[in-house]
Design a protein around this ligand. Structure first.
Ligand code: SAJ
Length: 406
């Protein structure tokens, strides 16, 4: 039996995937309300294919609880934020989960950490917790790191098809956990040591952050000399060894905008490109604001309340708002004591910010300048509604005449 601990964006699909493939699964989340919602037969966030997967898992007997259960295998998928000041990992959720597991688990159990952790976290913080309970790692309790790789918006597909990494002290334990993941994962599963698995995960997200930062830096350079950055990237990418990502209003989400800081926090003075990339990506909401300012000046607009941000989530077609560029931008506005921007996102139903709209047409009726921050399908399919608006398109999806780009 497997106890999946933490039923958020990663833990829930993983638990459902295992259960729907015939593994006995109990999903645990300390949030009683969340566990109760799942028990009542409802999923807790929107994701393509999640509801079908949920139904399949329920049919196979998955259980949900807010208690930790004595099982053979634990999969820990709780958040690992970073401390905004020191830039170091805040491993408190993972450590608390492991402590709670140690209270119920029996000899021979394997604890698999899926949460992303800064390289070295397992040795520095997690092993000592197990040892403090009088257990020997590798003898009484096994420890494995199996960092997740799935992308919100395509999670169910990627859970099945991505390759993945298993880090273990003992290859036999690694092989056992590989077999467990092989019940649903058709990708290659590489077994390595824990330290390598930790570092690989952070490196993957840092690579993407640096690549996006390069695209964003090119955007600023091209803006200064009035060159078309999209055309330049498109042509450069035709080179067989060039693959530049797309510029945008900033980098959000709980992964790419967070994980590189683990390297900066732990290796100050060494992680130089990593730090520069973080700074460039974090500067993008401010760059968007400057573009808004310049466009308003050019159009003789003075009323900020006639400016509307389209999109609050951190990327297209998901309902996740963590670290989103729009929220970063609104925070900047607040710091400059400049409230009034109108905001709308079809995926955000709860009231989150001031001047928020819940209907696309009502939002459009109230603004003259629309800033496209997120490329949801909704707006892509209704671009004609923006024909009479001034548009600043930070995602390169609007080709109406006169559209301003980043
Ligand atoms: N973005 C750009 N330009 C691009 C691509 C993305 O500005 O060309 C922005 C997005 O708009 C968003 C941010 O970057 O604000 C991050 O989005 P994303 O789609 O690149 O990635 P995430 O954060 O949803 O998921 C990443 C993935 N990592 C990699 O691709 C290396 C995913 O595979 C990981 O599982 C996930 O982080 C994680 O949980 O670590």
């Amino acid at each position: 039996m497997v106890n999946v601990v933490g039923l958020g964006y990663i833990g829930l699909p993983t638990a459902l995937m295992l259960a729907s493939h015939g593994v006995d699964v109990v999903g645990t989340d300390y949030d009683k309300e969340l566990a109760a919602t799942l028990k009542s037969g409802k999923t807790t966030f929107e994701e393509e294919g999640l509801d079908d997967l949920f139904n399949a898992a329920v049919e196979k007997g998955i259980e949900f609880s807010s208690e930790y259960i004595a099982t053979d295998v634990y999969i820990v998928a709780v958040p690992t934020p970073y401390d905004k000041v020191s830039k170091k990992i805040d491993a408190s959720y993972v450590l608390a989960a492991v402590k709670s597991i140690m209270e119920v688990c029996t000899e021979g159990a394997t604890i698999v950490i899926e949460s992303t952790v800064a390289p070295g976290t397992i040795d520095k913080f997690i092993r000592p917790i197990i040892e403090a309970n009088g257990c020997k790692v590798g003898q009484d309790i096994n420890l494995v790191h199996a960092p997740e790789r799935i992308i919100p918006g395509n999670m169910v597909y990627e859970l099945k098809h991505n390759s993945r990494t298993i880090g273990a002290d003992d290859k036999a334990v690694g092989k056992k956990i590989k077999e467990l993941y092989s019940t649903f994962c058709h990708g290659d599963i590489v077994v390595t040591d824990i330290r390598t698995a930790e570092m690989t995960k952070v490196v993957e997200n840092t690579f993407r952050d640096i690549n996006i930062a390069f695209a964003n830096e090119l955007t600023k350079i091209c803006r200064l000399d009035d060159m078309d950055v999209y055309e330049i990237i498109r042509i450069a990418n035709m080179h067989p060894r060039v693959n530049i990502l797309q510029p945008g209003p900033g980098v959000g989400g709980h992964c790419i905008s967070v994980d590189p800081w683990f390297l900066v926090g732990d290796y100050p003075g060494l992680a130089n490109i990593v730090l520069a990339a973080r700074k460039i990506n974090d500067s993008m909401p401010e760059f968007v604001l400057k573009r808004v300012h310049d466009i308003m000046k050019e159009k003789s607009m003075t009323d900020l309340t006639r400016v509307g941000l389209y999109g609050l989530t951190y990327k297209e077609n998901v309902d996740d708002i963590r670290e989103s560029p729009s929220l970063q931008l609104l925070e900047r506005m607040k710091m400059h004591l400049a409230p009034g921007l109108k905001v709308y996102d079809p995926f955000v139903k709860q009231s989150l910010v001031e001047n928020q709209y819940y209907d696309f047409d009502k939002f459009l009726a109230e603004v003259d300048l629309v800033v496209i921050m997120v490329s949801h399908d909704e707006i892509k399919e209704q671009m004609n509604k923006l024909k009479d608006k001034i548009v600043l398109d930070t995602k390169n999806i609007c080709f109406n005449e006169g559209t301003y780009k980043l």
